[in-house]
Design a protein around this ligand. Sequence first.
Ligand code: GDD
Ligand code: MN
Length: 399
Amino acid sequence: MTESATTAPTPTKIPLVAEARAPRVPAPDTGGAQASWAVARQLSVIVPTFKERDNVVTLYHRLETTLAGVDWEVIFVDDNSPDGTWQVVRDLAARDTRVRCIRRIGRRGLSGACIEGILAASAPFAAVIDADLQHDETQLPKMLALLQSGAAELVVGSRYVEGGSADAFGRGRLGISVAATMVAKRLLGVKIADPMSGFFMIRRDRFEELAPSLSVQGFKILLDIVATARGQLRTVEVPFVFGSRQHGESKLDSMVALDFFGLVLAKLTRDLVSLRFLMFALVGAVGLAVHLVTLDLAMLVWPGSFTKAQTIAAFVAMTSNFLLNNVLTYRDQRLKGFAILRGLVVFYIVCGVGLLANVGVAFSIYNQRPIWWLAGAAGALMGAVWNYALSSLLVWRRR
Ligand code: GDD
Ligand code: MN
């Protein structure tokens, strides 16, 4: 045998190499999870990204530094960023097996991305951290220790406890954040100081119990987790200073206020009504106002031709409902270009049939008990549910 042949790994030597790396191989599950944490992967870091090309490499290096001594992995969940963030992450992943990239196509949403990332995690503990370096990754080891010791099941990076701060927010945004936090605490009985934080670490098994009840829409994943757990999650907050963004810009626009109230209402009704249905119903209520105003105007233009005015008002209201739903209710699946026209036509048809359902139900109820408001409300509810169900199915269907 030549020199080089002896140094090259032969097939029989491979198991030996694997044994030498035993600490990286998870120990067989003996039921005592504590025992295997010492030898298996300890922490999965989930990073939701949208247009963060210039931040991900820096974050990766910072994780490497701060998590030296921890067996960790990082999972970036990118919603097909047009700036090619996923490509940058892919390149990192090719060089370091601790890095993974989930590239989602045709979907948008911070909460959904976080949920998907945590569910893909392999470690018993999962952290969620923003890609834009606004969160303080040096807190991660402390957060991990709190979970490993059993002192907590959820550790929240908190701006609103002693030692933390959110001064990087402009005054306006800080005010909104504080107000939303108060609403959440009052209405949902949430006890922690910063349920709006996007920085936390959780036991994956506890998360998986809650996951089926979480909303993939919106961006308040932590609030959702805490509200859904109803106090059943031992939680510790660690202070951190919310930094300012290095590159790119915030993706959270004024629409997130709607998402927030939708989530609060959904949780208050114990998930009886979904966030999306609430938005849809809200848009429907706006549509009623649009309808009446248009009807009033049309009657001024064509006095005496009620049918014509009513038809015009109905089409104006349906069109405005469609456009509002497209930018609000279904903004994660927003139709663009030619699809808008196709969607609008299908929406007219869905609403047309919905109107028949509405009148039909109202009529049959009124026949049994002539209480006009009861019959009217039942008809309207029937129409709304129909329109919602069929629109989700046919107009804004998932790709
Ligand atoms: N995959 C994916 N999909 N990621 C997203 C999306 C999305 O639709 N929207 C935002 N992100 C990613 C961003 O790329 C970033 O890494 C992180 O989520 C936070 O988004 P920002 O746009 O930077 O949010 P922010 O700084 O305004 O808000 C942060 O602070 C809030 C505190 O009030 C977030 O951490 C919020 O979750 C937090 O509530
Ligand atoms: Mn940010």
